[in-house]
Design a protein. Structure first.
Length: 113
């Protein structure tokens, strides 16, 4: 791995191993949630590769969530046209981020209450 000398120099091997373990546990959820948002997907792809997340599972989850996201946008544009395009360009990031946060909060409430 290209980063191994850097991890050794800063004594972060244990931290990186902990990251890999957490990503193995929660990575699928990270991919599924992030795949639905319009925020750049590069961070998830890089983190998944660095954590050596299962490539097949990563591809399936990415294809599913990114496909759903683009299909929903295309459906909205076909049905409502230009007004939806203007809304998407101005506020879609805010709306999807709020929706994702609401879903995460809902799961946390169900789990801890």
């Amino acid at each position: 791995m290209l980063a191994e000398p850097i991890l050794r120099a800063y004594h972060y091997q244990d931290v990186f191993a902990a990251f890999q373990a957490k990503y193995a546990e929660w990575g699928l959820w990270v991919i599924l949630i992030k795949g639905l948002t319009p925020i750049p997907y590069k961070i998830v792809t890089i983190a998944s590769g660095a954590a050596r997340f299962n490539f097949g599972l990563f591809m399936l989850a990415s294809a599913a969530t990114r496909g759903v996201r683009f299909f929903v946008i295309a459906t909205l544009l076909r049905r409502w046209g230009d007004p939806v395009r203007v809304f998407i360009e101005k506020r879609l990031t805010l709306v999807t981020t709020a929706l994702v946060l609401a879903v995460i909060c809902g799961f946390l409430l169900l789990r801890y209450l």
